[in-house]
Design a protein around this ligand. Sequence first.
Ligand code: SAH
Length: 467
Amino acid sequence: MDYLPLYLDVRDTLCLVVGGDSVALRKIRLLLSAGARIRLVAPDILEELSGMLDHQRHEIIQRPFQGDDLDGVRLVIAATDSDTVNGAVADAAKARGLTVNVVDGAEQGNAIMPAIIDRSPLIVSVSSAGKAPVLARLLRTRLESLLPDGYGRLADLAGSFRAQVKARFSSLNDRRYFWEKVFGGPAAEQALAGNMEQARRMIGQALEALEAQEEQLVGEVYLVGGGPGDPDLLTFRALRLMQQADVVLHDRLVSEDVLALCRRDADYIYVGKRRDQHTLPQEDINTLLVKLAKEGKRVLRLKGGDPFIFGRGGEEIDTLADEGIPFQVVPGITAASGCASYAGIPLTHRDYAQSVRFVTGHLKDGGYDLNWSEMVRNDQTLVFYMGLMGLPRICQELIDHGRNPETPVALIQQGTTREQRVYTGSLTSIVSDIAEIKIKPPTLIIVGEVVQLHERLKWFGLEEEYA
Ligand code: SAH
């Protein structure tokens, strides 16, 4: 190792920064967030910079650096744009045995500042020993996406239990075992999701259960929206839960590419529903979720799109809530947003549509009990889910209730995937337009003037267009 990684406590400690422009400003922000007192020295100081510093607590000295600026200082940062000045500051500081960092001049100083991911109190730092700072920053960006924002909260919460845990388990091993269970379990997930009270309660319970030597055996359920198909559209949280689940319950709507990102050695259970061919009735899925969670498993219920939009997500968690099983719901990009974006059809637009309505196009007993007269305003976009079978009926009802028969319609097949196809027509023409085409599910129907924009704004893939 070229450097020894070390975290420095600079709270209320005098730190010297030499330099008065934006580079110094960035370093000062960092020092301030760690509670340091600053002595800022430079002939020219950005107004923004001196405005940032409380003049009672910090010192601002407007002139070039001189040796006695180092008096009483613990840490030095040379942040001017002159190598000579930075070098002189560094030499003087080293002569006094101080820690000195030179911005963009690692070899001149004796300390470097890493790229950091701040989830305080948790901090991850990345350094390339000054050899490739851009690479370090790139790596940081990657790590950022892996570390949920809630890690800081989780660490704080753990900190608040530390004394209690230490008092109850005298051996280091027992304590480690306890924390490993907590950090890999439902309490941690609740904390990451921001439910701090629930998390606190669960850690308290785990503590009591372990003390009483009884093994706690309740798992948890993640009801996760897997988006419309393109795996790039997953949320960070979805991906993280997908990668830690023990069992995955999925159905037809979840794309292969998304499914492939789940933990490899998890058990997979297909609970898909096909029209006319119910693989597993909804009630059975609900019971299965409960059963698996009660076996102590982390169960992922992966749904296409968003679980709370025509996804029956509400029913699935209703049973879990009844049984007191911890769960969380992770939103996903719903088909309407995904398909509309990838087809270049804005769902609202100042000139064409002031509102949008998501409607179930699922036929019940061959018909609909929808309020059609509410759907005929020209300035409203309609998005029909599950409407392919009912398309002729949908178009007819809209025309009969007074929507302009020339209103444009788009069918988006397998939106956001490589198979995406967009077919457009009007309320009067679309059914005959697509008569010869075998349209594959899932397909979404968008009705409204905004569909006109598709020709101009389409950008995704090399779809074969049908006009
Ligand atoms: N919860 C899902 C919707 C489930 S209902 C969501 O939020 O997207 C199933 C219907 O969604 C399908 O019949 C189809 O109309 C639509 N759908 C889902 N994914 C789609 C996709 N990739 N392309 C087109 N339509 C899709």
